[in-house]
Design a protein around this ligand. Structure first.
Ligand SMILES: [Fe+2]
Length: 383
């Protein structure tokens, strides 16, 4: 066995940790801050607390909130242009994956003295460091605060593209469980299922290693034990558990890979603008059912981590896992695939082709290609 592992992101975890933002940025040498947030976050107390913390540290703050869900390349490039114009030297991104991924894309472009995303777009490797970035997740799902990847949408091709490089990491992740208390139930459910998908895929991916496996299995336990109460009976203890689960899941997949669930969800998201967590939740059980044969021992371990203690063979345990994943998605009121706006069966052949060449498909524990993706799309639509 051979692997290397280096986590370059400092993690500040705890209630009221967002109030450390100003001091942490100042300690890191910041003077002029680009504060990035989507429009939904800008009107919240969380955003105002982060901004106050930066101002109390006597830092100059420039605000950028030209961000939509499934963020667009052109908006990231506009952010880089704005940052260059203001001579920004440090970035703070507050929000879900959209804000943090936009932050990573802008930080990467600034590091390469460009406002052209194609300069850092995967498979291109970074030649320079990104500008320093603090990520503050306001949902527990994306894990972007600790991964080395940013996902943005190319509007022309309706495809998700990446900046993906060891240099594409946040300098500091501030994880404050209190920020989750006010999340609408629907967003809490979808984002936590995204985190669960990261944990499962980070654990079973072909390229995983003992460290990412350890984070993944611990995340699966934390998330599955708390997810139903977190969505419907929220308190600070289950917020803490889910924030930690999402963070561990981020380290797991962020330093291994996601698998075929994300090939489907990112293809669907690029095509129909479906919220990322919803798209993952829709395909999680059926991709798991397909993939079990490639990693029976691991899926049985996931079943046990999720509290399934059925007597019998590992295969029987795995069957129960699929049943529990279906039940969980149903209990959390995730819509069916056929209920997603704009979804059209006539697109499935084209979507399956896109899935088959998606970056993460190759790391699925059981080989998967066009035919299998087409089957899963059709089966999930007809359920
Ligand atoms: Fe994800």
């Amino acid at each position: 066995m051979e692997f290397s592992f280096y986590l370059p992101t400092k993690i500040e975890f705890g209630c009221k940790a967002i109030w450390k933002t100003g001091d942490l940025a100042k300690e890191a040498g910041a003077q002029k801050i680009l504060l990035i947030a989507d429009k939904g976050i800008v009107s919240t107390q969380i955003y105002s607390d982060v901004k106050t913390s930066l101002e109390q540290a006597e830092l100059q703050v420039f605000e950028f909130n030209q961000i939509v869900a499934n963020p667009r390349i052109k908006d990231c490039e506009a952010g880089a242009e704005f940052a260059m114009d203001k001579q920004i030297d440090f970035l703070v991104a507050v929000g879900g994956g959209s804000s943090m991924d936009t932050g990573k894309a802008i930080a990467g472009m600034l590091g390469h003295h460009t406002t052209d995303f194609s300069v850092i777009q995967y498979p291109k490797e970074y030649t320079n460091d990104s500008y320093p970035l603090i990520c503050i997740p306001t949902t527990a799902g994306t894990g972007s605060e600790v991964s080395i990847c940013g996902v943005v949408t190319d509007e022309e091709t309706k495809t998700k593209v990446f900046c993906f490089d060891p240099k594409c990491h946040a300098r500091i992740a501030i994880c404050d469980p209190e920020v989750l208390m006010g999340l609408p139930n629907k967003i809490a459910a979808a984002t936590a299922l995204d985190a669960l998908t990261h944990a499962i895929e980070g654990f079973v991916a072909k390229c995983t290693n003992p460290i990412t496996e350890s984070y993944g299995i611990r995340a699966i336990k934390l998330i599955s034990e708390n997810i139903r109460d977190y969505v419907f009976n929220r308190n600070i203890q289950n917020c803490e558990a889910i924030m930690l689960g999402s963070l561990f899941a981020g380290i797991s997949f962020g330093y291994s890979d996601t698998c075929a669930v994300h090939s489907l969800s990112e293809t669907i998201g690029g095509e129909y603008d479906t919220p990322h967590g919803v798209a993952n939740a829709i395909f999680l059980a059926n991709v798991t059912e397909y993939s079990i044969a490639g990693a029976v021992d691991k899926y049985a371990e996931i079943a046990r981590a999720m509290g399934i203690f059925k007597q019998g063979t590992k295969r029987e345990l795995c069957k129960e896992l699929v049943r529990e994943l279906k039940q969980l998605v149903k209990d959390l009121d995730i819509p069916k695939f056929s209920e997603i706006p704009k979804v059209n069966k006539d697109d499935f052949e084209r979507l399956a082709q896109k899935c088959a060449v998606h970056l993460s498909a190759a790391d699925n524990p059981k080989a998967i290609g066009y035919e299998e993706f087409l089957n899963i799309l059709t089966k999930t639509y007809e359920e």
